[in-house]
Design a binder for this molecule. Structure first.
Ligand code: FES
Length: 143
């Protein structure tokens, strides 16, 4: 076997080895896409999330079904964010304190303000306007 044959053989083998890896990566992201809402990834205004009492002062709570994390400041104000990761669209459910972590590639966000704490994400979470009606947190129209 000549040197160029050997080089060509290695190039082909390397390409074959990389192809399944790329396929797996695409499969993982495609699964995440299925969990996303069709438009902005946020629920429609008027969507009930849960009891206001579920979110303690200085804490956060993930509402899995609606893909929203709600945080309450120490003075009682509520802020909410989409749990759709801004890196590649995975839906996040891992919350510790006010830090929400993406299980796909490890991005972390501060659920108190939506900011990125850890890459690969670089874009803050999408804010979801919320209000309280009859003791329940409900998504609101953007102001
Ligand atoms: Fe990549 Fe969340 S989708 S870190």
């Amino acid at each position: 076997m000549s040197g160029s044959d050997d080089l060509r053989r290695r190039t082909v083998l390397r390409g074959a080895a990389l192809t399944p890896v790329a396929g797996l990566a695409l499969t993982g992201c495609a699964g995440a896409e299925d969990d996303r809402d069709s438009s902005s990834g946020t629920p429609q205004p008027g969507t009930a999330l849960g009891p206001e009492s579920d979110v303690p002062a200085g804490g956060s709570k993930v509402f899995d079904q609606q893909k929203v994390v709600v945080s309450r400041t120490e003075d009682g104000a509520l802020k909410a964010w989409s749990t759709v990761c801004t890196h590649a669209g995975c839906v996040m459910t891992q919350l510790e304190g006010t830090t929400i972590t993406c299980g796909c590639h490890g991005s972390r966000f501060d659920a108190a303000n939506g900011q990125v704490l850890n890459p690969p994400a670089t874009v803050p979470l999408t804010e979801v306007p919320v209000k309280v009606e009859n003791g329940k947190i409900v998504t609101a129209e953007a102001s």
